[in-house]
Design a protein around this ligand. Sequence first.
Ligand code: A2P
Length: 265
Amino acid sequence: MELATETVTHVKHWTDSLFSFRTSRPDSLRFRSGEFLMLGLIPGADKDAQQKPLMRAYSIASPEWSEELEFYSIKVPNGALTSQLQHVEPGDKILLKTKPVGTLLLDALLPGERLWLFATGTGIAPFAAILRDPETYRKYDKIIVTHTCREVAELNYGKHLIHSMQHDDTLLELLGKDSLDKLVYYPNTTREHSTNTGRITTLIRNKTVFSDLSLPGISPATDRAMICGSKEFNIEMRSLLEGFDLQEGSRSDPKQFVLEKAFIE
Ligand code: A2P
């Protein structure tokens, strides 16, 4: 499999445990918004030259038309890769496998009216790509992105994304004039009080999210969904959506929802 060496162009630390970075994009890399690839660091000069680089799966947070690649990462305490990766600076080199894959694809869903993007933690990364893809706004009348984090500061990457989209004239031109009128951002926190306090699963069960957003609920006739978070979150969301009679689909068999684990070491 082809390994590309790319250059880090930008790094931003959002909290003590979260950071994002951008890199140059290999000419040969083609991907669809929502996919992930394997990313790693070049083994240090002090190490055995034959040593294989440590690679981990990372969702591509930038949309498929973007000239650069963006990634959003947790800093795992003592994590084999992220304990080093968190120190990257512009000009540093990283390795990418140029074979993206993934299930969070618009064409794995049947046509519908509303698209729900349910994320916890760094699970918002693939949705950062999907939210900046014109196809999303061509296919849906309303796109609702929910982001559940423990603390308010952990929402900052998502908040900044939505805010910067609203002020990026070039992006708005590309997405279509009224696209952002379709976008609903619903952040919520579980261990610190905020506008929407509680797990999204709870806010769905007690219908708070539907009354907050003036929506009738979730139905297989109108609603489509993508889920990206921890294993437990994905399992719980899957069963919630199945309770609304939505079925899990794939690219070869599109249905009403898809899910993927947000990657951790
Ligand atoms: P909570 O604080 O109640 O555990 P983590 O940092 O553990 O990956 O969690 C990220 C966010 O996802 C937290 O706000 C956490 O809530 C929430 N979360 C974790 N598991 C679930 C689940 N099964 N259903 C809904 N939310 C969850």
